[in-house]
Design a protein. Structure first.
Length: 343
């Protein structure tokens, strides 16, 4: 890339945002580093391995209703006018293993979630029955087909079924599934580590300003033509929102060697580098020269407004974004290029 000519003549052409994003994202190498985390800390993390059911879920036939486990054939022809009468042989609470079984002409009372006792092939809803005053016999007012109101073993997940696939971002409901499958920990890709460098001699750190008792500082006291570095804070928030970790966040002066060394160090220790400022064609805009000389420029000059001077680069598959120092332009660059690269 001829940065000398660029500084002299400006951008000869601008890449479309769509083409630039597609090419940039295609250059990003997926993270290979993985780690195990407790499932309660896995929300939003990306699964690094398939999650399989090691056993059928549920692993027993269970009732889908409160009612009576029966032999379905004992209900055939039943109606309100002509109910079927069955002997109550026992009951199964939701936490109990059955101690009785269903034989023709009998019924066992069950709760939603109860194990289906041996001999039963259907559950008649309690609303379709009446228990006689003695509690020993039940009238069935409706017929039911075999399998009715029974959740079969393996109906949710079969043994060895892939339940959650590699690459899935863990959702709240997935954490419940993981617990159901017996997983207390899960293997996920490591959070991408991102370095953020705000460049410019005009910048001051918010923390260096004296704040009043309400926690508010007056940036004007930093001196004329000084600006609070807001970009590091905003970009850091975008990184966190996308699932990354801010590993380094610094202000850098308009010094080519300092900027070059910090970017090189960040490439060695982090997974992504974002800079703000210094991407245009001014004499102190060093980012294009540094990236083209020591890394690789993919796009410089993109048809976006604000932010036409945005630079997209790579170094060994690690993405580099040289965003404008103008806060709105930097935020657009993170929304359109940065966050998708992190995700």
């Amino acid at each position: 890339m001829d940065t000398t000519r660029l500084k002299r003549t400006g951008f000869a052409s601008l890449a479309s945002m769509v083409a630039a994003r597609a090419g940039f994202l295609a250059s990003v190498q997926p993270l290979q580093a993985i780690e195990d985390v407790p499932i309660d800390a896995s929300l939003g993390r990306v699964l690094a391995r398939d999650i399989k059911a090691r056993f059928p879920v549920p692993w027993f036939d269970k009732s889908a209703m409160d009612g009576y486990a029966i032999n379905a054939s004992d209900s055939f022809g039943a109606s309100v006018q002509d109910p079927r009468e069955l002997r109550v042989a026992g009951r199964v609470a939701i936490e109990d293993e059955p101690s009785c079984k269903v034989i023709p002409g009998s019924a066992v009372k069950v709760a939603t979630g109860s194990v289906i006792p041996a001999g039963a092939d259907a559950v008649i809803k309690i609303e379709d029955t009446d228990l006689d005053p003695s509690g020993e016999r039940v009238l069935v007012y409706k017929q039911i087909v075999p399998g009715g109101n029974i959740i079969q073993s393996g109906e949710d997940y079969g043994e060895n079924q892939i339940v959650l696939a590699t690459g899935r971002k863990v959702r709240p409901e997935d954490i419940g599934v993981l617990a159901t499958l017996g997983h207390s920990r899960v293997t996920v890709t490591r959070h991408p580590r991102v370095a953020i460098f705000a460049t410019g001699n005009e910048l001051v750190d918010l923390g260096d300003l004296h704040a009043d008792e309400t926690g508010v500082a007056d940036p004007r006291r930093a001196g004329p033509c000084k600006l609070v570095d807001s970009n590091r804070h905003a970009i850091g928030a975008f990184v966190t929102m996308a699932g990354g970790i801010v590993a380094r966040a610094m202000m850098l002066p308009d010094d080519e060697n300092v900027i070059k060394d910090e970017i090189s160090a960040a490439i060695a220790s982090c997974d992504m580098v974002v800079t703000t400022g210094g991407t245009s064609v001014g004499e102190r805009d060093f980012i294009p020269t540094i990236i083209s000389s020591h890394h690789e420029v993919l796009y410089h000059g993109i048809a976006m407004k604000p932010g036409a001077a945005t630079l997209l680069g790579t170094s060994g598959g690690k993405p580099i974004i040289g965003a404008s120092g103008f806060p709105v332009a930097a935020e657009i660059a993170m929304l359109y290029f940065g966050m998708p690269a992190i995700r």
